[in-house]
Ligand binder design. Structure first.
Ligand code: AMP
Length: 384
């Protein structure tokens, strides 16, 4: 049996309260997974190099070590009954190595596909879904050919390791080619044709080992500087497009043999065409609204799915707006605590406050999305 087969091997079991979930990565996603897991009586151990990281603050224990340190992953595996992760840049070899010691329901295939934009888009196209046109680019010659083919505007991205707009250059004309040297030096890039979207949205979908699938409402996502600023749920899209977006997410979940939660980011054009932009093999920032607005949060559903609990039908209990709190917003948002009895304030407990660092979020349940958007805007906190 190859390492990959071993990691993908099906070991059906239901994880019970009192057993231990091991999480690779201790940021806010791990923290919210851990908070939910504690509610159901699970034990949680987190692996993260930063002492008292967000998830470490709420878990039973933290192994303080680099994510890729083999010994640390082995210790985590030994002390856990099920292993999961909160980000995609997990060391695949290390995960494969421990797959015979601990239950790794998500396997490594999903990570292997989603950590590389070229593999991801190829998978999506083979599954019958629409993506931006793209070409692999390894050097300046490839880039010229790709630009000839896909024309301007287009966007050059690193195939691996980019996030929140890092590792991307938008090309409007030949004059922008000089900005590509950094990305080209990786020798593993992708040029994507520009999708003239009217709206960006995302859908969280989950599947367990029994093949049960559940899907969340569509959230409309507004970015500032390529970082998610605000999500509106349900997305302001016609009902048939919302249904289509959910059906696409379910199709992907089956095609990829999903376990756990997957975030599916999409572009919707004015003509009502839906393109899949990106997959996140884990809970996603745009799904945070579900903590208050749905019958089950994306974190509860992720834990249920990896623990092989049955999956409920997701209901949106109330419309919601979620707004991210970055380093530059923290002081302003803290001042709102005394004034906004209806806002749900989340603070991840990060020690260092930095510009553009995700420090927390606010969710507001509402029957009037426009009024809530004005309420947020009128604070002035998110204007700069
Ligand atoms: P990504 O990291 O791929 O999600 O890209 C970050 C943001 O850049 C997206 O949320 C879009 O706003 C924009 N973007 C990325 N790729 C494209 C594309 N091919 N067409 C249009 N907009 C894009």
């Amino acid at each position: 049996m190859t390492r990959r087969q071993k990691a993908g091997r099906i070991l059906t079991r239901m994880i019970q309260p009192g057993q231990t979930i091991g999480i690779i990565g201790g940021g806010q996603l791990g923290q919210m997974m851990a908070l939910d897991a504690k509610q159901t009586g699970m034990k949680v151990i987190v692996l993260d190099p930063t002492p008292a990281c967000p998830a470490g603050q709420v878990a039973d224990d933290q192994i303080v070590a680099p994510y890729a340190e083999v010994q640390a992953i082995e210790e985590l595996a030994q002390r856990s009954d099920v292993l999961t992760y909160e980000f995609e840049n997990v060391d695949l070899r290390a995960l494969e190595d421990v797959a015979d010691k601990v239950y790794v329901p998500q396997g490594t295939n999903l990570l292997n596909i989603t950590k590389n934009r070229i593999r991801e888009k190829t998978f999506l196209r083979n599954a019958g879904l629409q993506t931006a046109p793209f070409m692999a680019v390894q050097n300046a010659d490839d880039l010229k050919k790709a630009v000839d083919q896909l024309s301007y505007p287009s966007v050059l991205k690193t195939s691996e390791g980019g996030y929140d707009g890092h590792g991307q250059v938008v090309l409007h004309s030949d004059a922008d080619l000089v900005n590509c040297a950094g990305i080209l030096s990786t020798q593993d890039a992708i040029l994507e044709g520009w999708v003239p979207f009217r709206l960006e949205c995302s859908v969280m979908v989950a599947r367990n080992e029994n093949g049960e699938v559940t899907v969340f409402p569509v959230s409309e996502n507004i970015h500032h500087d390529e970082i998610l600023h605000l999500s509106i749920v349900p997305a302001r899209l016609p009902h048939n497009l919302q249904k289509q977006a959910q059906q696409m997410a379910v199709k992907i979940a089956h095609a990829i043999d999903l376990r756990g939660v997957l975030g599916v980011e999409m572009f919707v054009t004015a003509a009502g065409q839906i393109y899949i932009n990106e997959l996140a093999p884990r809970p996603h920032n745009s799904g945070h609204y579900s903590i208050e607005a749905c019958n089950f949060s994306q974190f509860a559903i992720h834990n249920r799915a990896i623990c092989n609990w049955p999956l409920p039908k997701i209901e949106l209990l109330q419309s919601a707006v979620m707004v991210n709190v970055l380093g530059q917003h923290v002081a302003g948002v803290r001042q709102q605590i005394a004034r906004r009895p209806n806002w749900h304030f989340h603070d991840y407990g990060k020690a260092a406050v930095r510009h553009n660092r995700k420090m927390g979020h606010v969710t507001i349940l509402t029957d009037d999305i426009d009024a809530t958007l004005s309420e947020i805007d009128n604070t002035g906190i998110w204007r700069e």
